[in-house]
Design a binder for this molecule. Structure first.
Ligand SMILES: [Zn+2]
Length: 311
């Protein structure tokens, strides 16, 4: 079997990462030493309001450059690293695959990849998109802040409310409303039940611009938590959504009917390419099969047209 690049999931000669992929993530064609001891990473536990949640157990650590090594830093950081967690198997591999699928579906995603740590496990590494040169921080407002809600209420409310927020606060409201609709749909397609208000944000690179941020924190949680459901309601539902629900959600959000229909058709059309990514991923076989099954099932739901629908 061909060896795979841990950054793009494409085949490589010897299992090493492609120089171009390394350059995109690290700015240089070699993987730098990553000075992180997973045994010493703290667990930043968060209150999850009684909900089983992957983000409730996921540790995150900020890394910055120091003498051409990446190390844990408290100040100006350029990367986030998420190690493997015992509570949920293969989270780094799951998030990496989910981000690659987001790119496949046309979303802007920051450079990311899998990196081996000292304990032999792979960790997920992603370049911070809220930083510019020398770690300067860009203003960002998540959808709790936009709604004036405390972080603990990140699972409160609906996708409809988020569409209204983006229309009110984005400086490209129409484009970003369509993008947010696509993101809710995509998250459902990949079984991500963790697209809550704090995993959605507007990024403000300057005082005149507020745009929906690149995607982040995407994981297929459905293959890890059997009873998992959507983080925010769509049409007052957290599960058992069908094509009609998504059409109504788009229409109520003020999106053109044709655009919505095109989006609903686009994901099933990507299924074969997505399954190839799943197969190439570093997930163990059992989770690869579950991820693939998820994508097939949700594509089938989207393909079930209603009576009277055109096309
Ligand atoms: Zn590559």
């Amino acid at each position: 079997m061909a060896e795979l690049c841990r950054l793009c999931l494409g085949p490589t000669e010897d299992g090493a990462e492609h120089p171009a992929c390394l350059r995109r993530l690290f700015g240089r064609p070699q993987r730098p030493p990553i000075e992180v001891d997973p045994a010493n990473l703290h667990w930043f536990g968060q209150e999850m309001a009684g909900r089983a949640s992957v983000s409730g157990v996921q540790r995150k650590v900020s890394l910055g450059w120091s003498h051409k090594h990446l190390r844990v830093v408290a100040g100006r950081s350029s990367y986030l690293l998420k190690p493997a967690e015992s509570a949920y198997p293969s989270l780094p591999e799951n998030e990496h695959l989910s981000m690659k699928l987001a790119e496949l579906a046309g979303f802007e995603a920051p450079p990311c990849g899998l990196v081996p740590l000292r304990d032999g496990n792979l960790a997920y590494l992603v370049k911070r998109f809220d930083r510019r040169g020398h770690g300067r921080r860009l203003a960002m407002e998540d959808f709790c802040q936009l709604a004036g809600l405390p972080p603990a209420e990140k699972y409160q409310g609906s996708a409809e409310q988020c569409l209204k927020l983006v229309r009110r606060h984005s400086t490209a409201p129409g484009v970003d409303a369509a993008l947010l609709f696509r993101l809710f749909l995509f998250a459902w397609w990949i079984g991500n039940g963790d697209l809550h208000r704090k995993n959605l944000a507007l990024l403000c690179p300057d005082a005149q611009t507020a745009r929906l941020a690149p995607v982040y924190d995407l994981v297929n949680t459905a293959i890890l938590i059997p009873e998992d459901s959507l983080a925010l309601t769509v049409r007052s539902k957290r599960s058992r959504l069908d094509r009609a629900d998504w059409r109504s959600f788009g229409a109520d959000g003020g999106l053109p009917e044709k655009l919505v229909a095109k989006e609903l058709d686009r994901l099933p059309a990507l299924l074969d390419a997505a399954l190839a990514f799943v197969q190439a991923s570093f997930l163990p076989g059992r989770l690869r099969a579950a991820y693939a099954e998820q994508l097939r099932a949700r594509s089938t739901v989207l393909e079930a047209r209603e009576a009277g629908e055109e096309g």
